[in-house]
Design a protein around this ligand. Structure first.
Ligand code: ZN
Length: 373
């Protein structure tokens, strides 16, 4: 079925909004998205896989773990099995039909940015309201040419944080997509916001890299993973800085070579039919309508798989580090992995160290960022 047949009609949306506590304003994408979620979660009209997974996360074990004075939330969540075991970008992926071109019968969505994208419920839920925002045509998972769209989407979906996972940094589909989640659900997101407001998170602190009247760029130090935060009131400032950043991270990434269990940068990506050109990163972007500014958080990455993913049997732990993990939520689907992680914070520290951009490369990235004018 073509993606365009999947849009809920204006009439359907109006009826759904009437049933919700939202005003029936079909121009507000926050309300429209909530209407979509209500439709997809409804036992009569909805999507069974999503409904089942929402049941799973209601009861799934979760525990905060203190890792080098930084708290993370570890979660045993079988709803994430599909994304954790996805091998779309690994050495010899088995050919699969694209699940974002071939939506399931029960899936419905909402068109956004003149139907260039479709907002869908993400069945691999960590929290209720997780979204997949997919391009309505099949294009490769490369951010170049889509970052302005990410900004526009963040400005329309102000109740949500918008996410991007690079192809070699934890995405599970080659089909271009963002993700979304209700704001302030993920522990790392809350910690970053607290630091920005001048609060304390044990040993973590902010260092300013750029501080002008229109743009602030900061690095979060002692935070387990390398983290860059960009704050600006102006979309143009964000676009212009990000264009430069995008070049810098690609340049630095050329030296991702011969790291154990991390693919060399620039290799041929079989599932996309191209050579890798994009620096590896997870991104969170949110727009704050109250103060009219953007918070963009970039996590530069080495890879998405910690080295123990490649160990045999007893030592293997199945993890995939993408934006949720970058934002402090460590998701496993096997009980044995979950137990190992909550009892050994050092394993979580190792998973971050294995997947974040290594010190030397990050330092070079920082030097390049500081040159930005
Ligand atoms: Zn596709």
């Amino acid at each position: 079925m073509a993606t365009s047949d999947k849009f809920l009609t204006a009439e359907e949306l109006r009826r759904l909004l009437e049933k919700s506590h939202y005003p029936p304003d079909t121009r507000d994408y926050n309300h429209l998205t909530e209407a979509l979620l209500l439709q997809q979660e409804n036992s009569k009209t909805g999507w069974l896989r999503l409904i089942k997974n929402l049941q799973i996360i209601k009861n799934c074990p979760r525990q905060k773990v203190n890792v080098n004075s930084v708290e993370v939330l570890t979660m045993l969540n079988p709803a994430r099995k599909q994304s954790l075991t996805s091998t779309t970008f690994e050495k010899n992926p088995s050919p699969k039909k694209c699940f974002l071109c071939n939506l399931e019968e029960e899936q419905k969505g909402i068109g956004i940015l003149n139907n260039k994208y479709i907002i869908l419920a993400n069945p691999g839920v960590t929290f209720r309201g997780d979204l997949t925002i997919a391009s309505t045509k099949h294009e490769n998972q490369i951010l170049k040419g889509h970052f302005k769209d990410m900004i526009e989407i963040a400005k329309l979906l102000t109740n949500f944080s918008i996410f991007y996972n690079g192809a070699m940094a934890g995405a599970s589909s080659t089909h271009f997509h963002f993700q979304g989640s209700y704001k302030n659900r993920l522990i790392g997101e809350l910690q970053i916001l607290k630091l920005l407001k001048g609060g304390k998170i044990n040993g973590s602190y902010l260092t300013a890299l750029i501080d002008t009247s229109s743009l602030k760029v900061l690095s979060v130090e002692r935070f387990l993973r390398k983290t860059i935060v960009i704050i600006t009131h102006k979309a143009e400032s964000l676009i212009s800085f990000f264009e430069k950043f995008y070049e810098c991270i690609a340049e630095v990434s050329k030296d991702i070579r011969n790291f154990r269990h991390a693919p060399d940068f620039g290799s041929y990506i079989k599932s996309m039919g191209i050579k890798e050109t994009e620096g590896r990163m997870n991104i969170m972007l949110r727009y704050e309508p109250g103060g009219e500014y953007f918070i963009c958080v970039v996590f530069p990455k080495l890879t998405n798989r910690p080295t123990f993913y490649f160990e045999n049997d007893a030592n293997k732990i199945i993890l995939g580090f993408a934006i949720k993990e970058s934002l402090g939520t460590i998701i496993t689907f096997r009980k044995s992995d979950y137990k190992k992680l909550i009892n050994n914070p050092s394993l979580i520290k190792k998973a971050y160290t294995d997947t974040t951009l290594p010190d030397e490369l990050f330092q070079r990235l920082i030097e390049k960022i500081k040159e930005y004018k």
